[in-house]
Design a protein around this ligand. Structure first.
Ligand code: NAP
Length: 254
């Protein structure tokens, strides 16, 4: 028997990285899964990997009309939702405060903050009472990483929204928690490297900030998301769960 038998989950940004690993774990635990992303080829590949318990819908979280279309599809699917994993996000132009442009700021906040807020708002009519919302934060929100200002601030913002939503949605017994990944080996993280030859040095540098001495694999983050999404965390709401190899709670030398 799976931990999510009979449940239906939405995973935004479910076509690669942490979202895809979580969708795989959810399916393995018995859930039906809706996944989203902007690139059709990545969605098609993910849907093929996940099998017939998954449905992929091309949708950009920063576009309200896309979100409306997504939730209309889910509503028409007839199952409603038990779990919302608002995970789509990422991106930093690695700009320090003197170089940050309004365009980069707006882009980061449009996806990571506005996208998360309106994903959750528009999911609520479909989400069952007693359901679980998990939001992807970042260990960056608890550190002062140079060049990550807009990204870190966007993740701090949604962490605070989660506290508020935990209170507002408690009457419906909907729990809201934040998963806080540390550096995780995904296409998104690798994409920060400017050139292919810079990928391994980037991963090594990030591993150096983590007491466990390595970056995470996406499946390790998915295991923690499963905990927050499932009944195993039934007395947790408004909290954040750090799956960061100890990065934030320690002062490991970089
Ligand atoms: N990897 C890390 O080290 C790390 C650490 C802490 C937190 N995180 C967070 O974890 C989450 C997942 O990142 P990841 O590392 O797994 O990166 P990833 O491999 O790049 O995955 C990002 C996913 O989100 C989708 N996405 C991005 N922008 C979107 C948008 N506007 N609308 C809909 N889907 C969108 C991507 O597909 P498309 O590009 O096709 O849209 C993809 O499916 C992000 O919120 C990220 O900030 C990552």
């Amino acid at each position: 028997m799976g931990q999510l038998d009979g449940r239906t989950a939405l995973v935004t940004g479910g076509s690669t990285g942490i979202g895809l690993a979580t969708a795989q774990r959810f399916v393995a635990e018995g859930a039906r899964v809706w996944i989203t992303g902007r690139r059709q080829a990545e969605l098609d590949a993910a849907a093929a990997l996940l099998g017939d318990k998954a449905t992929a819908v091309r949708s950009d979280v920063s576009r309200l009309d896309d979100l409306d279309r997504l939730f209309a599809r889910i509503r028409d699917g007839g199952t409603g939702l038990d779990i919302v994993f608002a995970n789509a996000g990422g991106g930093s132009a690695l700009a320090t405060i003197d170089a940050l442009t309004p365009e980069n700021f707006d882009r980061t906040f449009a996806i990571n903050v506005r996208g998360t807020v309106f994903t959750v708002q528009k999911a609520l009519p479909l989400l069952a009472d007693g359901g679980s919302i998990v939001i992807t934060g970042s260990s960056s929100a608890s550190r002062g990483n140079a060049g990550f200002g807009d990204y870190s601030a966007s993740k701090a913002a949604i962490r605070q929204f989660a506290r508020t939503w935990a209170t507002e949605l408690a009457p419906r017994r909907i729990r809201v928690n934040v998963i806080v990944p540390g550096p995780t080996d995904t296409p998104g993280l690798r994409g920060i490297a400017q050139e292919p030859g810079h990928v391994q040095p980037l991963l090594d540098a990030m591993a150096g900030t983590v007491p466990l001495g390595r970056v995470a694999q996406p499946a390790e983050i998915a295991a923690a998301v499963l905990f927050l999404a499932s009944d195993q965390s039934s007395y947790m709401t408004g909290s954040e769960l750090f799956a960061d190899g100890g990065e934030v709670q320690t002062f490991a030398a970089a």
